[in-house]
Design a protein around this ligand. Sequence first.
Ligand code: GLN
Length: 536
Amino acid sequence: MNTKFIFVTGGVASSLGKGIIAASLAKLLQARGLRVTIQKFDPYINIDPGTLNPYEHGECYVTEDGAETDLDLGHYERFLGVHTSKANNVTTGKIYYTVITKEREGAYLGRTVQIVPHITDEIKRRMLLLGKTGEYDVIITEVGGTVGDMESQPFIEAIRQLQWELPEEDCMCIHLTLVPYLSAAKELKTKPTQHSVQMLQQGGVQPDVIVCRTEHPLSPELRRKVALFCNVKPGHVIQSIDAWSIYQVPLNMHEEHLDELVVRHLQIDNFTQPDLKEWNKFLERLKNPKHVVDIALVGKYVELQDAYKSILESFVHAGAVNECKVNVHTIQSETIHDDNVAELLSGMDGILVAPGFGERGLEGKVVAIRYAREKGVPFFGICLGMQMCVVEIARDVLGYKDAASTEVDAKTTHPVIDLMEDQKSTTIKGGTMRLGAFECALQKDSLIYKIYGKERIFERHRHRYEFNSEYLEEFEKVGLKATGRNPQTGLVEVMELQGHPFVIGVQFHPEYKSTPEHPQPIFSAFIKAAIKYGNK
Ligand code: GLN
């Protein structure tokens, strides 16, 4: 069987959940025994979202091989349970960078370099690239942005050309739109969908399936109308109604026969029904919790849900496996001070201090950590959260009043968190942090070892600063132990506090690897500790 290519585009509005639809379809095809991957093509000009503020673009998701990518890749991994890679996220910036580099090398000598064919050829090359590995039966490509945007045009043109070049049964296009409900008229409106499809058709692309995001069920008449005016078969108008959980969407899509019509269109001889046993088990547990915990998520990007996407999803997975509803209370760290910390955090069964960069909100994080440490509340620090836990203990237990990370205070007399050696000569900001999965060796008699149940783990990283090992002996004397280290470099990856039920700080980002079917062990243990704390 040839590799099959499915393109997912979107219209009418952004944030309709193209990533979730792509991931849900991928899940259904995978559950039918097919080898599937998903890639995201983003029309913006940044090379990657690594240099973007989370307020602009939500979380930056990091892959095993160290790519800083769009957060949709997180959804792909969570739904499919397989790793993505550098090749799975392409931006306009990357496309142009390649073409311009080739131009300077002389690859186009004598010719004018143009959007068509040079840019579109490079887009097509990347769209087909993962197909060349022989590892996948189906490759789903999600195109970011909205049809009609000036910057998506080359991508739509590339899809048009591929629809023309590839055998009909090897390629299809799914277009996601919004069908809004006008409450005054008590009516669902199809006109925006029609216009959006017309826009796609103007670019020469005919969608094979239209998925309509809606808050109310679509009647058969309405589906017929969309089908007729958008030139697709009546059965190919699919409703995607608001779901109680994103993890319910694959089941909704199956009910709408999306996977069935895809395998039929792509002439994949596959008559098995998707095996979603594990997925359903997860959903059952998610629906029927026996416990409830309140967790504070202390960070500085809390106003935007997407900024901590993987952490929030990890709590969903860890909650389900513990049959526990996890209420996450996001708290802006800038607002936390000594005189209000008790009021803000007293009802919490666990406190997580989030990753981050820069000075804003740092002191509030330190105050929250002190509260957790002194009151015996389970604490989990990720990356910057771990670094601030070190700072807090340095100041309050070791008495180093000006202890700090040199990220924010270059002149501190106690640089307990300091720039990593290999970062000292780095001046370029994009893609130069310590990125991707590294090995970590866990100390046998530790809590972290008990949590993972093994000595060697691989977790992903995204940082420039590290624990300053010159201070290790002093910290260990007061009970803050380095229980996980990189076996090659000795860099401290895990710290935990003795004599407290649960204080764990990790330099890595465990949230990137949590999935419904394999909840991340530290998150699960943290929820377990929070349940125990709450029961007291
Ligand atoms: N700013 C810190 C560093 O670069 C922490 C990074 C993070 O939390 N991801 O080391």
